[in-house]
Design a protein around this ligand. Structure first.
Ligand code: 5AD
Ligand code: SF4
Length: 503
C-alpha cells in the first residue's frame, strides 16, 4: 500500500515543513465541522501569483486532461487549473489514455454526482496500470469532505493527489510533490484562504466567458453542502472584476457570465466600502460587451436597487435564474431559505413589472424530508403562477454533515419520483407555451457553433438564453444574427436568419 504524505505546507507561513512531526502539526484533514465556522479574519487579496521557473518546465512534452463535474463555478475553476498546467508546459488532450496528468474536478451536491466520480475513478485503475507514471488527481468539492478523502485513501490507491477548492493556486507545488514523492499527496484546507488574483486561465472558445465575482456561501440552506465545501463569502474587489471584464471585451468576447454561489450577497463582506451587486452591474453595463448574465441568485438578497439597475436593459439581458427550491412556506422554513412563498411571488411580480419580457428560470427540490402532498401541490401551483421558461429539478439527496441529513425523511422514494415526474411534466408544458409566444418574432441570436445533433444546422442563444437552431454558414459562428422563429419546441426554437446584427 502506498504511504500517505499528508501535509505539504504550513498554512500560516506558506513554508514546507521538514519533519514528519511537522507534517502532523500542519496537516488539516478536511473537516466539515471546521468548514462551518465563520470567522472574522480579514480576507487578503494576493496579486503576486507566479509559477517558479523550475516548475514551468515540469510539463514540457507532457499532456493533461481535466474532467469537470458540477456547476459553472467548477467549470471556471477547471479553466484556471488548465491555465496553471499550461504555464507549467503541459498541453491538453481529450484522451485520458494519452495523458500524463488526469484531474477530476468533482461536485458534492448530490449523491449521484459523487457516485459518478467514484465509478470513473474505478475505471482509471486500468489506465493507471497501463501507464504507472500517470498522475491521477482529485480536486473540487468532494475533496473537501472527510468521508470522501477516507474512502479514497482506503479503496482508491490509484489516486496520487487530492486537493480542495481553496488551494488551487498551490497546484504547481502539489504536482511536483506527487511526481517525485510517489506517495499519495493530500492537501485540503477546511477553511477558506485568501483571494488569489492573476491566476492564468484557458477559456474555452472566444465568445462566452465566465468571470468570478465572489467565492463561498454563508446562507447555510439546511440541505446544502456548498457553504462547507466553498467556505465563507469572499467578494473580489470591484476594480479587479471590472478590469477582467474590460480585458475580455478588448479580446472580443461577446458574452460574460458573472459567477458566484449567491451573487446577490456580493460586497456584503467589504468593510471599507458600501458596494453591492447592483453597484457592480451598474458599472459593468457601461463596458462595451454585448451581453452580461449572472448566476446564481438568492431571492432573499435580491434588492430593489438591483431590479432598478437590471431594468436599464442594454447589455444586461432580461434573463434571471432565481432558485425557489419549494413553493411551500413551511418547507422553505425547514430548508432555512429565509423567505416565504409570498415574498418570492412578490419579488417575481416586481421583477416582471420592471423588466418587460423577462425570462425566469429556477431550481426546485422535491421530496425534502417531511414534504407532504399538499406542500408539493404548493410547488406545482407556484410553477403555474410564475411560468418559468426553464427549471433544474432534483430529488432531495441527503448530504452528510448538513442539518437536513438529520431530519426524519418519511417520503418514500416512489413518491419522490412521482412528484419529480409531475413537476417536470408541468414545466415542459409551460416551457412550450412560453416558447410558442415567440413564433413569428425576430430574435437576436449569438451563434455558438454547429448543432450537436445535426451538423448542417447552427445553434445559438437568444438574450433570454433560449437555444435556437437555424441553417447558416459556419463562418458566422461567434457573431450575432437576427433569426425569425418559425417553430417552437419544448426546449428549442427553430428559425431562419433574416439579418446579421452589428453589435
Ligand atoms: N439534494 C438535492 N438537490 C440539491 N441542491 C442543492 N443541494 C441539494 C441536495 N442536497 C440543488 C438546489 C440548488 C442546486 C444547485 O442543486 O436546487 O439550487
Ligand atoms: Fe457542486 Fe456546489 Fe461544488 Fe458547484 S459548488 S461543484 S454545485 S457542490
Amino acid at each position: 500500500m502506498k504511504q500517505v504524505k499528508e501535509a505539504t505546507v504550513d498554512l500560516k507561513s506558506g513554508k514546507s515543513p521538514k519533519t514528519t512531526a511537522d507534517y502532523a502539526k500542519y496537516f488539516q484533514a478536511p473537516s466539515l465541522k471546521d468548514a462551518k465556522q465563520r470567522g472574522k479574519e480579514e480576507v487578503r487579496v494576493h496579486y503576486d501569483f507566479t509559477i517558479a521557473d523550475d516548475m514551468k518546465e515540469i510539463g514540457k512534452g507532457k499532456r493533461y486532461h481535466v474532467r469537470t463535474y458540477g456547476c459553472q463555478m467548477n467549470e471556471h475553476d477547471s479553466e484556471t487549473i488548465s491555465g496553471i498546467l499550461e504555464q507549467m508546459g503541459y498541453a491538453s488532450t481529450d484522451n485520458v489514455e494519452d495523458a500524463d496528468v488526469v484531474l477530476f474536478n468533482t461536485c458534492a451536491i448530490r449523491e449521484n454526482a459523487e457516485d459518478k466520480v467514484f465509478g470513473e475513478l474505478g475505471n482509471m485503475k486500468r489506465i493507471k496500470n497501463n501507464n504507472p507514471n500517470l498522475i491521477l488527481g482529485v480536486c473540487g468539492c468532494m475533496s473537501q469532505e472527510e468521508k470522501v478523502v477516507s474512502k479514497i485513501l482506503k479503496s482508491y490507491q490509484q489516486v496520487d493527489l487530492v486537493f480542495g477548492t481553496h488551494n488551487i493556486h498551490r497546484l504547481p507545488e502539489l504536482l511536483r510533490e506527487a511526481i517525485y514523492s510517489k506517495e499519495m499527496v493530500i492537501e485540503v484546507w477546511s477553511k477558506e484562504g485568501d483571494i488569489v488574483e492573476n491566476m492564468p486561465k484557458i477559456r474555452e472558445g472566444n465568445t462566452k466567458a465566465w468571470v468570478n465575482i465572489m467565492y463561498g456561501c454563508d446562507k447555510f440552506c439546511t440541505y446544502c453542502i456548498v457553504p462547507y465545501t466553498r467556505g465563507k463569502e469572499r467578494s473580489r474587489r470591484p476594480e479587479d472584476v471590472i478590469a477582467e471584464v474590460r480585458d475580455l471585451a478588448r479580446q472580443g468576447f461577446k458574452e460574460i457570465m458573472l459567477l458566484g454561489q449567491n451573487v446577490n450577497a456580493y460586497g456584503k463582506d467589504f468593510e471599507d466600502i458600501t458596494y453591492g451587486f447592483g453597484d457592480l452591474l451598474d458599472e459593468i453595463r457601461k463596458i462595451d460587451i454585448p451581453r452580461i448574465r449572472f448566476t446564481t441568485s438568492h431571492p432573499r438578497d435580491f434588492d430593489d436597487h438591483l431590479i432598478e439597475v437590471l431594468s436599464k436593459g442594454g447589455n444586461l439581458v432580461e434573463q434571471i435564474h432565481l432558485p425557489v427550491q419549494s413553493g411551500s412556506s413551511e418547507v422553505l422554513k425547514r430548508m432555512a431559505r429565509k423567505y416565504s412563498r409570498e415574498h418570492y411571488l412578490e419579488l417575481v411580480r416586481k421583477i416582471k413589472a420592471a423588466i418587460p419580457n423577462v425570462s425566469l428560470s429556477t431550481d426546485i427540490i422535491v421530496g425534502f424530508p417531511g414534504e407532504t402532498d399538499e406542500q408539493f401541490e404548493d410547488t406545482l401551483s407556484l410553477v403555474e403562477e410564475v411560468r418559468y421558461d426553464f427549471a433544474y429539478t432534483f430529488i432531495y439527496s441527503p448530504r452528510e454533515g448538513t442539518p437536513a441529513a438529520g431530519m426524519e425523511d418519511n417520503v418514500p422514494m416512489e413518491v419522490k419520483k412521482e412528484r419529480l415526474y409531475r413537476l417536470n411534466e408541468a414545466l415542459a408544458r409551460i416551457g412550450l407555451e412560453q416558447n410558442k409566444k415567440l413564433e413569428g418574432s425576430v430574435q437576436e441570436v449569438l451563434v455558438e457553433g454547429v448543432s450537436k445533433n445535426n451538423d448542417k444546422v447552427l445553434a445559438g442563444r437568444t438574450r433570454t438564453n433560449k437555444l435556437v437552431h437555424f441553417v447558416g454558414d459556419e463562418s458566422i459562428i461567434g457573431q450575432y444574427v437576427h433569426v425569425r422563429i418559425d417553430e417552437a419546441k419544448t426546449w428549442t426554437l427553430h428559425g431562419e436568419i433574416v439579418t446579421k446584427v452589428e453589435v
